[in-house]
Design a protein around this ligand. Structure first.
Ligand SMILES: Nc1ncnc2c1ncn2[C@@H]1O[C@H](COP(=O)(O)OP(=O)(O)OP(=O)(O)O)[C@@H](O)[C@H]1O
Ligand SMILES: [Mg+2]
Length: 278
């Protein structure tokens, strides 16, 4: 697959993308971001869904007077105007319904409409080690901006009947964007969420996913647990809500695999880059 490799010192950007709603994008964005922060990384979480679920899941008021993702996107706030979360090392650009306007505002930008987020992030001198983006459940112009701005995509997939439906199209769309927009974008992997290993159905879905997508399916499985569904309403991540439970352990394993996969993807890019220079 042709990729344009440019090694830059800026923080890697990874987004959770799936046009399907309720598959665990936000739960994963919040817990991955906090899990990385616990490991000593400095993380910026960009909530890019007008529902603002990642914002509330971190106990942050959606209608705060602080700068929102919308403000950041359109330059009404400087890159350093993010909100500090209650967790050390984890900063956030909160979202609220103002982001609904963003789709129309982006369309009015003409030629630059697809690259607005990339331009804003490229010109930001962020002190973070990672930027994690929570995307909305659609493949509109906001998501296109996210894909063009990102280095990596993680695709959360709910472990349910017809899990594969729509997934092949999503992967093809991401690959098309990579090729047509000349962006350096890798799919880190598909993450199975809400897995119930006690059921034959879950076992069968995992098997089917691995048969069809091989290594693209992450080793980490996120179990279905009541605790993971409860913690957002308390404004806490799973690491605060139930530090040693199965949900926290799974997200800890995801952080490890996330870092390993980024390291592998970087090595692969470096090899391709060296090959292109010969
Ligand atoms: N592993 C899990 N176990 C149990 N419940 C979960 C798990 N992961 C997510 N949930 C719950 O499932 C619902 C959907 O999860 P989440 O909001 O993360 O999905 P999403 O893909 O971000 O949704 P949307 O597309 O609406 O943004 C939420 O109520 C969440 O608390
Ligand atoms: Mg969400």
């Amino acid at each position: 697959m042709p990729t344009v490799s440019r090694e830059t010192p800026r923080p890697p950007r990874s987004a959770n993308i799936n046009q399907k709603g309720g598959v665990g994008k936000t739960t994963t964005a919040v817990n991955l971001a906090h899990g990385l922060a616990i490991q000593g990384k400095r993380v910026l979480l960009l909530d890019m869904d007008a529902q603002g679920n990642a914002t509330t899941a971190l106990g942050i008021e959606k209608y705060t007077t602080n700068a929102s993702t919308h403000d950041f996107l359109f330059g009404n706030a400087g890159a350093e105007a993010y909100t500090k979360s209650k967790y050390e090392g984890l900063d956030v650009y909160p979202a609220n319904v103002s982001l609904i306007r963003a789709e129309l505002e982006l369309l009015r930008l003409g030629d630059d409409r697809d690259r607005q987020l990339k331009q804003r992030l490229d010109s930001a001198n962020l002190p973070h080690d990672f930027v994690i983006i929570d995307a909305p459940p659609s493949l509109g112009i906001l998501t296109l901006n996210i894909l063009i701005a990102c280095d990596y995509v993680l695709v959360p997939v709910q472990c349910e009947y017809l899990a594969l439906e729509g997934l092949t199209m999503l992967i093809e769309t991401i690959e098309e964007i990579r090729n047509n927009h000349d962006v350096d974008l890798s799919i880190l992997g598909c993450l199975l969420t809400m897995v119930d290993l006690r059921t034959n159905l879950s076992q069968q879905i995992i098997k089917d996913m691995r048969t069809h997508l091989g290594d693209q399916v992450m080793k980490t499985l996120i179990p279905r647990t009541v605790r993971l569904s409860e913690c957002p309403s308390h404004g806490k991540t799973i690491f605060e809500y139930e530090r040693w439970g199965p949900g926290a352990r799974a997200y800890e394993a995801l952080c490890k695999e996330f870092l390993e996969r980024i390291s592998l993807a970087r090595d692969r890019k470096a090899i391709m880059n060296a090959g292109m220079m010969q």
